[in-house]
Design a protein around this ligand. Structure first.
Ligand code: MN
Length: 708
């Protein structure tokens, strides 16, 4: 059984300079204070504070925190006073112990109101010193480990609270292993049957796929070794509760959960992280949308890593996490890694945890404890993300929601006029998945309407329905809008007339009754610019030098319609792999069903399409307005194969306010390697800026933009 000597041994392992006498004194004082008390298990009470202290040594915490753990139940449950603790251990430890006493024992409360009040105290206590919460979490972990000794009804209440409050709080503090254990223990109380089924399934999967996993591991290792990178690779098995949550969230069966297995690759430097992602994406296909670079943009709890999902051997989906060993340490220990035994200074916690600040602000706004608990408890729920408007209003959304959903949730009007967004102060694509605590500013334009493509991006019913409805109306008008613009441009380029003298007559020449029909047919490409010029001739308004019988060259024709992203009343889409950004020279091809497909003028297809004047349309960008959407351009980089090269390149891209969307190693030799990087930029001059900043890096030989 654990005793004070074993405890001191495990502290000494990471902190040789620990004050053994002081730890011992705390133990003796706690032991005497609790001497006649027993745990429900029959163990002497002191076993509990000892175990809590032991848990904290796994996170390598400082002496003050360990001593606080030993004393955490004394003030409330024994005759020991805070004054005595202060006299014995000084102000720092006394105030930590006081913080824990004030939080009280949430486990003993069953009434919602009391639970809510305690939660409020918890948030206030940790805002002074986050170590209070760390001790509280360890306390809860030990209570969960010994929960079997409690009556069933109480077990359910405590387990529910653990899932709703303590596990998410551990997650917020980034203490991953603690969060996982809390979830598993609570899951076993709340739904032991489901947990058992998942565990059995996991066992059968791992025995079925043992060979597959070994071969993937070997393949991975082989590829990385070729590149002489030091690394370790470990299999990463998911836990039943996280699988259960995923099954519920996405309503899928256990069989459909393809990515139960994942690997974690740990390397020595950031540069190696990017080199490995390049190697991996070269060898296996990356699944689109799954590449996440949390190194350049860490999560709210400071988590850093690169995530990707690849299509491995036999089309198995494999999740990969790539990170350095210090990032891995942070991922496991979270805030405890910042709160090292060496770290004596106590900074202002509010500065370190912006989300904590938000909670405190809500408290200060004088909400009732119960409301606060309800809303914040929900916020801590994993199934939802809670985002903020710039004015601090909380918007609750399902996990996987995008800024588009956010906009519609704020107000239908905001969604309708949305053209872009900033997430946490940075421009962000509208398809980005939102994270808990994100602050989203929606950029609106009165003249804008949501494009149809958003229906697929949006997640909430509210947004989808609104987008569908408005698009039905839009489709009615879109072609006549386009036709009107084409006719107008043709009128200006081929005639001196301000307008068509007799619209009714003009329509008759095409066998049509109304201008609406005419516009619509022009817009759909059913009436060509050539036939319009012939009609001008018949009406005697055509310019003398314009010969409608001459070959019509659409590439130099002045009919040019301004485009701004997708948000005009005309359905635009970009050709696959066109990789154009605002500012590139573009043209469009009209297809009555599909709307207009946009190509780069550097495209091989230019000649092919320009021969068919009816469907060809010259386009320009409307880039006077603030561009907020990112477009993806691809560049190929030749650079020296040397340490730090990739980190320099990714840094240069980041500093230019561009996003890396994907990164792929095309080829490498001993001295050089060739990379394809997909970069999210706002417009052509932004892209040129990024390219020139990459060119300035000494190890870079060549940067070329790749279009098709
Ligand atoms: Mn306790």
């Amino acid at each position: 059984m654990l005793n004070e000597n074993l405890l001191i041994d495990s502290i000494t392992k990471y902190n040789p300079a620990t004050n053994k006498d002081l730890i011992n004194r705390a133990f003796v004082i706690a032991e005497i204070a609790h001497q006649n008390q027993k745990r429900r298990s029959g163990d002497p009470y002191i076993s509990h504070p000892l175990e809590v202290a032991k848990i904290l040594t796994e996170y390598r915490l400082d002496d003050a925190t360990i001593i606080t753990a030993l004393l955490h139940d004394t003030i409330e449950d024994t005759k020991l006073t805070l004054k005595e603790v202060r006299g014995e251990f000084g102000e720092e430890i006394a105030s930590l112990v006081d913080g824990l006493t004030k939080i009280g024992k949430l486990d003993l409360f069953t009434k919602e109101a009391e639970q809510a009040e305690n939660f409020r105290k918890l948030i206030l206590a940790m805002s002074n010193d986050v170590r209070v919460l760390i001790v509280k979490l360890a306390d809860r972990l030990h209570n969960m480990r010994t929960i079997n000794f409690l009556p069933e009804e109480k077990q359910q209440i405590i387990a529910k609270e653990t899932i709703e409050v303590y596990a998410p709080l551990s997650g917020r503090l980034g203490i991953h292993s603690l969060k996982e254990e809390l979830e598993e223990l609570a899951f076993d109380v709340i739904n032991p049957k489901a947990r058992k089924i998942i565990l059995e399934k996991l066992l059968s999967i791992s025995s079925d796929s043992g060979e597959l996993i070994d071969s993937i591991k070997a393949d991975l290792s082989k590829e990385i070794k070729k590149n002489k990178i030091n690394f370790t690779v470990e299999g990463r098995e998911k836990k039943p509760f996280s699988i259960w949550r995923k099954m519920n969230r996405k309503s899928i069966s256990l069989e459909q959960l393809s990515d139960i297995y994942g690997f974690r690759i740990i390397v020595n430097s950031i540069d190696d992280c990017y080199r490995i992602i390049g190697i991996v994406h070269q060898k296996w296909n990356a699944i689109p949308g799954r590449f996440k670079d949390y190194i350049s943009t860490p999560k709210i709890n400071d988590y850093q890593s690169i995530h990707t999902t690849i299509l491995g051997p036999d089309n198995n989906r494999i999740e990969l996490q790539i990170r350095t060993s210090s990032m891995n340490d942070l991922a496991e220990r979270g805030v405890a890694a910042h709160r090292n035994y060496k770290d004596k200074s106590i900074e202002n916690e509010r500065q370190n945890y912006p989300w904590l600040d938000d909670l405190l602000e809500m408290l200060e706004q004088g909400e009732s404890s119960q409301d606060f608990f309800e809303s914040t408890k929900l916020e801590l729920f994993q199934d939802q993300v809670f985002c903020f408007t710039p004015k601090g209003r909380i918007i609750a959304l399902p996990i996987g929601a995008t800024p588009i959903d956010f906009a519609f949730e704020v107000h239908t009007d905001v969604g309708m006029k949305c053209i872009g967004c900033r997430v946490n102060g940075l421009n962000s694509p509208l398809y980005a998945e939102l994270d808990n605590g994100d602050e989203i500013e929606i950029i609106t334009d009165d003249k804008s309407l949501p494009p149809m493509a958003w229906e697929k991006i949006a997640l909430t019913g509210k947004a989808k329905i609104a987008i569908r409805r408005i698009n039905k109306e839009k489709i009615k008008n879109q072609y006549s809008e386009l036709g009107k613009q084409i006719l107008d441009k043709l009128l200006k380029s081929s005639t001196d007339a301000k307008k068509i003298p007799n619209m009714k007559d003009f329509c008759k020449k095409f066998g049509l009754k109304s201008s609406a029909d005419l516009y619509s047919k022009i817009g759909r490409g059913e009436i060509t610019p050539e036939s319009i010029r012939k009609a001008f001739l018949k009406m005697k308004i055509i310019k003398a030098n314009d010969d409608p019988n001459s070959a019509f060259d659409p590439t130099i024709n002045a009919v040019s319609i301004p485009v701004r992203g997708f948000d005009k009343n005309i359905p635009f889409k970009f050709a696959d792999n066109s990789r154009v950004v605002p500012g590139d020279k573009i043209f469009g091809v009209i297809d009555g069903e599909e709307g207009i497909t946009i190509y780069s003028k550097q495209s091989k297809n230019l000649v092919k399409y320009s021969e068919n004047a009816a469907s060809f349309i010259d386009l320009t960008w409307d880039i006077e307005n603030n561009l907020t959407e990112r477009y993806i351009a691809r560049v190929m980089i030749d650079c020296k194969n040397e340490v730090g090269a990739l980190a320099k390149i990714t840094r240069a891209i980041g500093l230019s306010n561009a996003n890396i969307e994907n990164l792929k190693l095309v080829s490498r030799s001993r001295d050089f390697y060739k990379l394809d990087i997909d970069i999210g930029v706002f417009h052509l001059s932004h892209l040129n800026l990024v390219i020139s900043s990459i060119r300035k890096i000494a190890v870079v030989h060549r940067v070329i933009r790749i279009m098709e």
